[in-house]
Design a protein around this ligand. Structure first.
Ligand code: SF4
Ligand code: SF4
Length: 99
């Protein structure tokens, strides 16, 4: 049999099929004051788009512009009130196209 073996698509190939229509309003905001007392920083490892970056003062820098809207950060965060989550305004946000 000469069937092709399935190969994981490369991350760059997947990303080339994704478009972000960036809205002016941030659909996710992060309260850096709450994050400073967070010991797990679970969001840093859980976000598939690497949008949470720890800062040297123990806080978090967050950028909503390349968010996949997966909701993982909201699920893993234990800091009460740290993340305010909503979907982007209509016509904005992530668009997945077939590659
Ligand atoms: S967003 Fe949540 S998990 Fe991430 S650092 Fe802040 S409190 Fe911790
Ligand atoms: S919704 Fe998903 S992609 Fe967006 S910031 Fe949260 S974990 Fe990252």
């Amino acid at each position: 049999m000469t069937g092709k073996r399935y190969q994981e698509p490369a991350f760059d190939d997947v990303m080339s099929t994704v478009e972000f229509r960036v809205a002016q309003r941030a659909h996710i905001t992060v309260d850096a004051d709450v994050c400073r007392s967070c010991t797990t920083k679970a969001c840093v490892h859980a976000c598939p788009a690497d949008l949470f970056v720890p800062t040297s003062d123990g806080g978090i820098l967050f950028n909503y512009e390349q968010c996949f809207e997966c909701g993982t950060c909201y699920q893993v965060c234990n800091g009460e009130g740290a993340i305010s989550w909503s979907y982007p305004d209509g016509g904005h946000g992530v668009v997945f196209r077939k590659g």
